[in-house]
Design a protein around this ligand. Sequence first.
Ligand code: SAM
Length: 262
Amino acid sequence: MSNFKHKKELGQHFLKDKNIAAKIAGLGEIKKGEDVWEIGPGNGILTREILAYNAKLTGFEIDKALWERLESEFGEKLELVKKDVLHVDWERRLGAGKVKIIANIPYQITSPLLMKMIGVREHLSKIVIMIQKEVAERMRAEPGTKEYSFLSIKAQFYFKVKYEFSVKPHVFIPPPNVQSAVISLIPRDDVYELEDSDYFWRLVDSTLRSRRKTLRNNLKYIISKEQIAALEEHTEINLTRRAETFSIPEFIDLYEKVRRET
Ligand code: SAM
């Protein structure tokens, strides 16, 4: 790999510490023969550790400069999908059994990847990923903290989020400009069934738009003044609170009441 030129636009920060790769794979709790997906095997440092558990591994790698090396080292043990993981039809690839996703992902595709994972969550049993530390902190944040945001609610609505450990830039080649962290996500089996999920997420987004403003002020982005007055009159919701202090059950309660009053 000495003459390999890392591509910044592909988020190519390769782990150089085998112990960290082993720790990530270990968090996957992989059983022999289990289906695992790795997004961006790169030079294979994590791939090796995942395969040590005899996983049935599929790797999605976009960079053709890495394919030959991966194929010659892993051969049949790795099903290499030579594509942009965001352009793969995940639904079609997923079978009846559950899959684990274990990866040091390219940070620039964290949000679209999370959306894809949410879309197929019923096919996933565990996700262990390295992401930007700041994003990991937002994903696991509690109501009322400065990190609590749309992303916290989105991630925690669908998954049990666990912050596993922090990772310093110097364990990568080249070192990224940001700190990193490994998180694990386990799909919830008690996800609240939203009749109109688009509306729920628009409501969450609107009420968090101006963080320092009260719920009453932010609700103006999504419902009329008359509807806000009706909400005040007919429900117990405290409109002087800020949405950033609302837990997920409180957002659900707000959504149900707003829908009833509007
Ligand atoms: N797994 C290796 C490691 O831990 O050192 C490499 C991780 S590196 C952060 C991210 C990898 O994802 C790179 O190999 C990069 O080429 C690949 N990649 C970037 N964007 C991708 C995409 N959209 N689809 C598939 N692979 C992608």
